[in-house]
Write a protein that binds this ligand. Structure first.
Ligand SMILES: [Zn+2]
Length: 125
């Protein structure tokens, strides 16, 4: 599908010129129109829940972040991959140091071993 390089509208293959801008359509948008951000990993999340948790914390500090999945959604991880992580939290290079501190702060506040939570089932009284 061709695009208008000016207004970025998408047209049918039969259209050659954008009627709004009067410019020739291009098959793909030029790469420089894509926002170029240097993403740096700041946290390897063992689970999707952990990834969402950390992203939520970064969001609450007004830090932009992105999740890069290490596993395909719905795909069953082979046993040999057990020490593989679920995905990574990426942040723009310029806020990486700040984000790492926030993540570390969060991790320091976690219980020593997440599996411990299973043994101490806190029943609501
Ligand atoms: Zn246009």
């Amino acid at each position: 599908m061709p695009f208008c390089p000016r207004c970025k509208a998408e047209y049918l293959d039969s259209v050659e010129t954008c009627p709004d801008c009067q410019v020739d359509l291009v098959p793909v948008l030029p790469i420089e129109q894509v926002e170029m951000i240097d993403w740096v990993p700041v946290y390897q999340a063992p689970t999707e829940i952990a990834a969402n948790m950390v992203q939520g914390i970064l969001n609450s500090r007004n830090l932009q972040s992105s999740i890069r999945r290490n596993v395909v959604p719905g795909y069953v991880i082979p046993a040999s991959w057990y020490d593989a992580y679920w995905g990574e939290i990426l942040v723009p290079q310029e806020v990486a140091e700040q984000a790492k501190e926030i993540v570390q702060e969060y991790l320091d506040g976690l219980p020593y071993d997440e599996n411990d939570q299973n043994s101490q089932t806190s029943e609501p009284s």
